[in-house]
Design a protein around this ligand. Structure first.
Ligand code: H2B
Ligand code: FE
Length: 299
């Protein structure tokens, strides 16, 4: 069957969420905690009910939830200035993150819209890859809103609000990075399953675990590094091998050891990454309808 190409963000479904969302697996830190599961279910229901154009519901985070956020924020504050890329550090200043308050997605979305046109749309968990990638074409970042479990501030098996807010949001306020991310999304419009899988890996090795050269240094821009104390230290210690990102090559299997990456892909700059992605888009043979090309600003 032909792949359906959404004409606007309203045609991208945020309902196909894989695993996790309400039922947690046995090895999830919150598996035995029924109050936690109920809380997540409530926040996930709000995401499912959200409609494009409406403000994202504000969550009143509990004392436990705020404490988790604050703990991670304080830890990362010590490492980010030295190991995050310059774009991240510049954009970080746009957001006045405080340890005693979990930021609200609606407020962050407003800031992003003003700087790069990206908006946030709430989602109940890991979204279906095609829908997630298609959303990026329309400058929409699907973000979870629930908090990781209080027993493990340093760890979450799936995206949570801490990962999204610290790892993804500041980077999406940078125009060159936002452009690169949108291009990954544009490449996914009408893509076949094989291409979606390739783009999932490109997303993983860039947006989640990418590093960028700054002179003689290697700095983090991937959200999976920026939002994790352990992963940041792992990167800083040279714990993973570095290989240039080449979007035309088959990407290595996504894997990790002891929770950390064994390989990071390196970019020379976000503009250079975007050039590669533009060239890659041009090689894709599927056709994107003209109105959609115009909607996403594709020449
Ligand atoms: N869903 C959510 N909510 N966050 C992500 O970071 C995410 C996702 N990543 N769905 C996607 C899948 C990624 O694994 C690729 C693009 O498929
Ligand atoms: Fe992520």
């Amino acid at each position: 069957a032909a792949v359906k190409v959404p004409r606007s963000i309203d045609e991208v479904d945020n309902g196909k969420v894989l695993g996790f969302s309400s039922e947690l697996s046995e090895d999830h830190p919150g598996f035995q905690d029924s109050a936690y599961k109920q809380r997540r279910m409530h926040i996930c229901d709000l995401a499912r009910a959200h409609r494009i154009g409406e403000p994202i519901p504000r969550i009143e985070y509990s004392a436990d939830e705020v404490a988790v956020w604050g703990t991670v924020l304080q830890q990362l504050r010590g490492l980010l200035p030295q190991h995050a890329c310059k774009e991240f550090l510049r954009c970080w200043q746009l957001f006045d993150f405080r340890a005693d308050q979990v930021p609200q997605l609606e407020d962050l979305s407003q800031v992003l819209q003003a700087h790069t046109g990206f908006r946030i749309r709430p989602v109940a968990g890991l979204l279906h890859p095609r829908d997630f990638l298609n959303g990026l074409a329309f400058k929409t970042f699907h973000s979870t809103q629930y908090m990781r479990h209080v027993s493990r501030p340093d760890y979450t098996p799936e995206p949570d609000v801490v990962h999204e807010v610290i790892g993804h949001v500041p980077m999406l306020a940078d125009p060159d990075f936002a452009n690169l991310v949108q291009l990954i999304g544009i490449a996914s419009l009408g893509a076949d399953e094989k291409q979606i899988w390739h783009l999932t890996k490109l997303y993983w090795y860039s947006v989640e675990f990418g590093v960028v050269r700054e002179g003689d240094d290697i700095k983090a821009f991937g959200a999976g590094i920026l939002s994790s104390f352990g992963e940041l230290r792992h990167m800083a210690a040279g714990g993973a091998r570095l290989e240039p990102l080449d979007v035309f090559q088959p990407q290595p299997k996504m894997s990790y050891k002891d929770g950390y990456q064994q390989r990071y892909a390196v970019l020379d700059s976000f503009a250079a990454g975007a050039e590669q992605l533009k060239a890659y888009c041009a090689t894709l043979h599927h056709t994107i309808p003209l109105d959609v090309r115009i909607a996403v600003g594709l020449q």
